[in-house]
Design a protein. Structure first.
Length: 278
């Protein structure tokens, strides 16, 4: 009889490209009882489709917590990559499933896998799950991970207008003026015409005079007399207050790792709240 791998696959079948298997289907649909029966009967949990999708990818993308748990317990490869290079953690973040994210991390999923595409943090920002964003940051996600198409996670959150995610990123120390082809998050905010987003970025030190690779400032992407145009025009004519400038300068000086120490400073709570944007 042909030997089996630890996950129940026949060794000759591991990594073999196939069409979607019953394991993939059960995992995607959340049919945990059927999945458990398939695993117990010896079905391979690491079988990949022609686009390198494993059952764990399928379950994670749909936020099927129980199926993710069964697959991991049966030896599913936690950092397997599909044809785009994405891991199950990327897919769990794309689904916005905080429970799947926690499970994958508990099994050793890399929060900063060496990808040439969107990172788990990018995916969480795309889905708009501020809870996932906060968890990933807490376990060491790279705030400045760069994707050649999307830029940084902050670029993504701004382009999708996920204000909660934007604030979590900025509070954690994300570079408000990070550039993608010289385009900043403020350029994105101007393009989507979101005044609340524009004001938030400026309060965190966004450069209203930054120019992209076309030589345009954020205000150049607004319609004359529109609310975003008036907002940017106001800040171009009115400098930030001294208190705001001090807040931005102090946070920049402390660095990302020092921001958490602000709450421990021996200063009035009101000042701590101000420096922490509470």
């Amino acid at each position: 009889m042909e030997p089996r791998a630890a996950d129940g696959c026949f060794l000759g079948d591991v990594g073999f490209w196939v069409e979607r298997t019953p394991v993939h289907e059960a995992a995607q649909r959340g049919e945990s009882l059927q999945l458990q029966q398939l695993i117990e009967s010896g079905a391979c949990v690491n079988q990949v489709t022609v686009d390198s999708i494993t059952p764990l990818h399928a379950a994670s993308l749909q936020g099927q917590v129980r199926c993710v748990q069964l697959l991991l317990a049966a030896g599913a490869q936690v950092d397997a990559r599909n044809i785009d290079g994405s891991t199950p953690l990327c897919d769990a973040c794309a689904s916005g499933s905080i429970e799947c994210v926690k499970l994958l991390l508990s099994y050793g999923a890399k929060v900063n896998p060496p990808l040439y595409t969107a990172s788990p943090l990018h995916e969480a920002c795309m889905s708009g799950s501020s809870e996932c964003v906060r968890l990933l940051i807490d376990v060491g996600a790279n705030l400045e991970a760069h994707d050649c198409h999307f830029g940084t996670p902050l670029h993504v959150a701004c382009a999708r207008e996920h204000l909660d995610c934007v604030k979590v990123l900025l509070n954690a120390g994300a570079n408000v003026n990070a550039a993608k082809l010289h385009e900043t998050a403020l350029h994105h905010a101007a393009k989507v015409k979101n005044v609340d987003l524009i004001e938030m970025l400026i309060e965190f030190g966004g450069n209203i005079y930054a120019r992209d690779n076309r030589g345009k400032k954020p205000s150049d992407y607004t319609w004359s007399s529109s609310a975003p145009a008036k907002c940017l025009e106001y800040y171009e004519k009115t400098p930030l207050t001294l208190s705001q400038l001090c807040r931005v300068s102090l946070r920049k000086a402390t660095g990302v790792r020092g921001l958490e120490k602000i709450a421990k400073l021996n200063i009035p709570p009101r000042l701590i709240d101000y420096l922490s944007y509470n």
